[in-house]
Design a protein around this ligand. Structure first.
Ligand code: TXA
Ligand code: MG
Length: 372
């Protein structure tokens, strides 16, 4: 079933097996089978609490190379190494006492959980995992299937999100199947992911911990545990000649086929008025238009003429992040050409939500205050 040798340097075609597992009580035999695929250099997609990952043994450079090939991922965008317990840290991290102390505090507070920590890389982790960087991203996922898979494999698992490069990350097994069926050995179906957007990426190699990618663990959470931290303005693109701290940041990720435009403004009613008016104008022009809103916003829009998708509630933004990527994929499925998205407050987990929306929109933000 695993066809690594004949695939090297050629097409990423594989016979894919889809295996359903209970997220609370995964069948041990089926899990052992999946772990054996990892041990033999194969590719296994698995659920985590954030999004699905596309995994291979982090210590097998050839298998890791196949991850890049299966996703069509640029070869300078490093992968996160997933561990099942803190005992495995010395295998991958070579940070000094200062880093280890920070890592200890963070892991006690947020692992297992949606936090990836960038530390100095142990030479045992092959160059290809970190694309030659001296650092490595490490994460312990809060999902039993994921942790059992890593434990039974006996090695840390390198895994990016299990989508084709440039597509929204997968928050259900169906999304993974749509993108990667025929390109990986196994897809584990463990149900929908809880968080729905990728982990917070936190670099602790410098004096002040820096959030390179906002996620469900917020800046406030980091400062509470480490005493300091920074979230650089992710709306600014790096200056000419300047390389971003996290290579992934330079790519237009998370974009659906539809053109996404964000409507921001001081107040949500003003935002909705501007969205409704523009949606009406576009529809009159014959443009298939979608609207991204929340449950309380759905009634403002004409569901007969528009593709209206409501995710979660403004009272709890994690519920909106939960539905974001599924919504972006659904707009494409329903043939929306332009999607008008309501903006959300950039506070706490709202940073993660707006960061992903901003990228899906290629930075297109319209000020609703000036439209009315
Ligand atoms: O929630 C998640 O993080 C998911 C699940 C599967 O764990 N994984 C994920 O991986 O989102 P990926 O590859 O799609 O995103 C990893 C991000 C990229 O932006 C990459 O550039 C950054 O982490 N990254 C990884 N290693 C890094 C390093 N050593 N230094 C700086 N950035 C790093
Ligand atoms: Mg990704």
């Amino acid at each position: 079933m695993i066809r690594t040798d004949e695939n090297i340097g050629k097409t990423p075609e594989r016979n894919t097996l889809v295996i359903k597992l209970d997220r609370d009580r995964p069948d041990p035999e089926k899990l052992s089978f999946c772990a054996n695929v990892i041990k033999r250099g194969g590719l296994v997609c698995f659920p985590t609490e954030t999004v699905y990952g596309l995994g291979a043994s982090a210590f097998d450079p050839e298998a890791v190379k196949n991850i890049f090939r299966a996703k069509g991922r640029p070869s300078d965008n490093p992968l996160i190494v997933h561990i099942d317990s803190s005992d495995k840290l010395p295998l991958v991290c070579s940070g000094g006492p200062e880093q280890l102390e920070k890592l200890d505090l963070l892991s006690k507070a947020y692992w297992p959980g949606p936090l990836t920590v960038i530390t100095d890389r142990d030479p045992a982790v092959p160059d290809i995992v970190s694309c030659g960087l001296p650092t490595v991203g490490i994460r312990m996922p809060d999902n039993l299937i994921a942790r059992e898979l890593i434990r039974l494999s006996g090695v840390p698992i390198a895994a990016p999100s299990a989508n084709l490069s440039g597509k929204p990350s997968p928050s259900t097994a169906e999304h993974v199947i749509a993108d990667l069926f025929g390109r990986v050995d196994v897809i584990i179906d463990g149900g929908p992911c809880d968080v729905g957007v990728e982990s917070t990426v936190l670099d602790i190699t410098g004096d002040v911990p820096q959030i390179l990618r906002p996620g469900a663990v917020t800046l406030e959470d980091v400062v509470r545990v480490l005493g300091k931290g920074e979230l650089p303005d992710w709306k600014k693109s790096p200056k000419e000649g300047e390389s971003p701290r996290s290579p992934g940041l330079k790519y237009t990720h998370y974009s659906p086929d539809a053109e996404v435009r964000i409507y921001d403004g001081k107040d949500v009613d003003v935002i909705r008025m501007a969205v409704a008016r523009e949606a009406e104008r576009l529809t009159a022009e014959g443009v298939k238009t979608g609207v991204f809103t929340t449950l309380e916003g759905a009634e403002y829009y004409d569901g007969d003429k528009l593709t209206v998708i409501a995710a979660g509630t403004r009272d709890d933004l994690i519920t909106v992040t939960h539905g974001l990527y599924a919504a972006l994929r659904e707009f494409d499925k329903r043939g929306a050409e332009v999607v008008l998205a309501e903006a959300f407050p950039q506070e706490g987990v709202g940073n993660a939500l707006m960061n992903r929306l901003f990228r899906a929109a290629g930075g297109c933000v319209i000020n609703a205050d000036q439209q009315n």
